[in-house]
Design a protein around this ligand. Structure first.
Ligand code: SF4
Ligand code: SF4
Length: 352
């Protein structure tokens, strides 16, 4: 009980990334004996963790978003002012021009809210095989500025990855805000109308499920079947894959775990479910994450926690060097257990 009280006392102090890292590293577990991620890597002869070939260049275009979801690890919302400027985008284009990187993955906030979003997609499409946009769907319905996005996405053959926490309004709205389910359905219907989710067009829209509480996601395979069936029967909507993502104990979700007195149990669940096979596919092995200022990180989660790259690696987009990045050591901490629990988790869903 004393521990829970101290967790509550600390919840309000975790607003900044350093406080979150200190908290995650402090091992505040009543049961004792919890392993650190480094120890478990060592046990499996995987420490230090090293990257493979760089395939995905994940750019965060800013933290502004039209939504304020409960579990957002970015702490995004309409009042966030951090936005990537065109000069930094040009530096990203230079990197894509001179290196063979297959995929540009655009995230945020709502990446579409960056005023140079369309220009960036049009320009970058000359240099990569695939562009992913992590669209929250409701942006399409938010105002006239964004209503033509489905046509724009289709024209540039953008692959969409979009969160839909569940196939009903109750669970979706509880996590993402009132009215989000209805707007998401309207957006999906418009995306289907321009060809998304239809095998003959090659236009891909994948949906993302993440649990609404302090538990691990169910099997991706069975949930996909359920989502496909209900969305088709009730709304005549089709989509490609369903990705199941584990919530990592960061930002608003960490705060939620502490507030609901679930932090300790959730961390134990992640640690006990550690799966060495998932380690092979963790996204930091083939991805580099770039924040709105152009700083480089091992992944989006490390970006949010401000866990910087190995000091021997280039730190910003202006110093990009693929050989040095391929030789870096990946910076890990306790939140990494979220990527290796059960079937594993990444921005592209389960790893196994
Ligand atoms: S989870 Fe996505 S849609 Fe929700 S607030 Fe965060 S960035 Fe916006
Ligand atoms: S949180 Fe980031 S650094 Fe840690 S295992 Fe996952 S992808 Fe890698």
């Amino acid at each position: 009980m004393a521990l829970i009280k101290s967790l509550h006392a600390r919840a309000s102090e975790l607003a900044n990334s350093k406080a979150q890292v200190d908290f995650l590293s402090s091992g505040m577990f009543e049961k004792g004996g919890a392993q650190t991620f480094k120890e478990i890597l060592d046990e499996h002869d995987q420490f230090p963790l090293k990257p493979g070939k760089l395939k995905i260049f994940q750019v965060n275009l800013g933290y502004m978003c039209n939504q304020t979801c409960k579990h957002c690890h970015v702490d995004a919302g309409p009042d966030r002012k951090e936005i990537m400027v065109k000069e930094t985008m040009l530096q990203c284009i230079e990197v894509l021009k001179s290196n063979e990187i297959e995929t540009l993955d655009l995230t945020g906030g709502a990446p579409e809210m960056n005023p140079n979003f369309k220009w960036f997609v049009e320009t970058a499409s000359q240099y990569v095989k695939e562009i992913i946009v992590r669209s929250n769907l409701t942006i399409i319905e938010s105002n006239d500025t964004y209503r033509q996005l489905p046509e724009f996405f289709a024209k540039h053959k953008v692959r969409l990855i979009s969160s839909l926490p569940f196939y009903n309004a109750d669970k979706t709205d509880r996590q993402r805000g009132k009215g989000v389910f209805e707007k998401s359905i309207k957006a999906l219907i418009k995306l289907n109308a321009v060809g998304y989710g239809k095998p003959e067009t090659g236009l891909i829209i994948d949906l993302v499920y993440n649990p609404t509480g302090a538990f691990l996601p169910a099997s991706q395979h069975s949930l996909r079947k359920e989502f496909k069936q209900v969305l088709k029967e009730e709304f005549d909507i089709c989509f490609n894959q369903l990705f199941c993502i584990t919530n990592l104990p960061i930002s608003r979700f960490l705060d939620y775990l502490i507030e609901t007195e679930n932090y300790e149990d959730y961390m134990y669940k992640l640690i006990e479910a550690f799966n060495p096979m998932a380690l092979e596919g963790v996204m930091c092995k083939n991805t580099i994450s770039i924040d709105w200022t152009g700083q480089l990180f091992d992944c989006d989660f490390n970006q949010m926690l401000n866990i910087t790259l190995d000091y021997n690696a280039p730190q910003s987009i202006g110093d990009f060097n693929i050989h040095k990045l391929n030789n870096r050591i990946i910076a890990v901490n306790q939140h990494c257990f979220g990527c290796t629990a059960g079937a594993g988790s990444s921005c592209q869903g389960s790893l196994l």
